[in-house]
Write a protein that binds this ligand. Structure first.
Ligand code: FAD
Length: 382
């Protein structure tokens, strides 16, 4: 078994690490407080090749393998989950999905602009009455001459307020259940496409744009369909296979950040005449975190490696997402405690990690749904 990274994988890791540390970290606290991300950030990510990483070179991509992509997500996740989230939705849920399912003309129209960051993508699946049970969606796609008219509502759409293009899922016949669902590539300036910020203030991922999208007689040509009629549910699930690896790798980054911050803090903070880090209870917390980080890393890299071997990795990706997110939840919980009162304020970043990681337990399939995916694969379905 070879655990080493190749030169090209290391180069991606270094690129993402340097960008995250030098260009994202100085902005993170302010972005979180203002609840916005400057447009210059994703633009810069496009320029240096992060957004198009896994796309082939002919579309302006970097031709990265899945391990490289996971390394990039890990490094961004270590610094800022809103920025990592923007990239996971844009690159894995949208661009990789268009690459997998798109006709040549769709790939040529969208992928170069998505790779360069000129356009931002969002993925619109969730609805007010269809979350985990996405197959029960109510959004309708009605044939009208050479077009489809889209009507419905989508909620919690990451990048929704800034996106130029949306992957929208709607049913052309609800009686067919999953088999009635179609996927469409919809420019967000299409008439009938409306968006507004989600109500309320999010617990975490505050620099992300989360939108409520309303579709009213939103007219798209039949050529906007991604995949065949009725294949939309498969398109949506295949996108989540890519996206879940991104969330797992991002969570690994959060856990590593909690470990780094905690180790540094307990080395310098003194109470009772000694370093906090010399007390056994703090040592146990650090040791548990380190073991969790290592285990998460193995699971995330294994899922990515399996994809690179062309093997099915749905179960392994769900295991990686489930474990890495829950490990990072434990790590963030301990990191805030180890920082004492300081951990409870924005003076230190651990409180942001604590708030951000909870979202990862919910989106792209909740922890319950990951357990269902894993258990069904283990037990088999009747
Ligand atoms: C920060 C953030 C970003 C998001 N970004 C996007 C995005 O870009 N695009 C998008 O389409 N959506 C997005 N979402 C929506 C997200 O995917 C949904 O919130 C998620 O799928 C859960 O759906 P729901 O909120 O309707 O909860 P529900 O499905 O109503 O679930 C409520 C509870 O019931 C549990 N539950 C449901 N079914 C089962 C079951 N069969 N067995 C056991 N327990 C079950 C769930 O696990 C959960 O605990 C985002 C959400 C968040 C918080």
């Amino acid at each position: 078994m070879d655990f080493s990274l190749s030169d090209s994988q290391r180069a991606v890791q270094t690129l993402a690490r340097e960008f995250a540390q030098a260009e994202v970290a100085p902005l993170s606290r302010e972005m979180d407080e203002k609840a916005e991300m400057p447009r210059s950030l994703p633009k810069r990510m496009g320029e240096i090749g992060l957004l198009g990483g896994p796309l082939p070179k002919e579309y302006g991509g970097g031709g990265w393998d899945s391990v490289s992509l996971a390394l990039a997500y890990e490094e961004l996740g270590r610094v800022d989950s809103s920025v990592r989230g923007l990239m996971t939705v844009h690159t894995s849920l949208v661009s990789q999905c268009i690459l997998a399912w798109g006709a040549d003309s769709q790939k040529q129209t969208y992928l170069p602009k998505l790779a360069s960051g000129e356009w931002i993508g969002c993925y619109a699946l969730t609805e007010p009455n269809a979350g985990s049970d996405a197959g029960s969606m109510e959004s309708a796609a009605t044939e009208d001459g050479g077009d489809y008219l889209l009507d419905g509502e989508k909620i919690w759409i990451t990048n929704g307020g800034v996106a130029d293009v949306a992957l929208v899922f709607a049913s052309r016949d609800r009686s067919l259940k999953h088999k009635g669902i179609c996927a469409f590539i919809v420019p967000t300036n299409t008439s009938g496409f409306h968006r507004e910020p989600m109500p309320g203030k999010e617990l975490g991922h505050r620099a992300s744009s989360h939108s409520h999208i309303t579709l009213r007689q939103c007219r798209v040509p039949k050529s906007a369909m991604l995949g065949e009629p009725g294949e939309g549910f498969k398109v949506a699930m295949s996108a989540l296979d890519h996206g879940r690896l991104g969330v797992a790798a991002g969570a690994l980054g959060v856990a590593q950040a909690c470990l780094d911050a905690s180790a540094s803090f307990v080395r310098q903070r003194r109470q009772f005449g000694q370093r906090i880090g010399d007390m056994q209870m703090a040592q146990a917390a650090i040791a548990n975190m380190a073991a969790d980080v290592d285990a998460s890393r193995m699971l995330v890299y294994r899922a990515a490696w399996l994809k690179d071997q062309g093997q099915r990795a749905t179960r392994e990706t769900s295991i990686a997402k489930l474990f890495a997110v829950e490990a990072a939840l434990r790590a963030a919980n301990e990191a805030v405690l180890l920082h004492g009162g300081r951990g409870y304020s924005t003076e230190y970043p651990v409180e942001r990690y604590y708030r951000d990681i909870k979202g990862m337990q919910i989106y792209e399939g909740t922890a319950h749904i990951q357990r269902i995916v894993i258990a069904r694969d283990v037990i088999g379905q009747e």
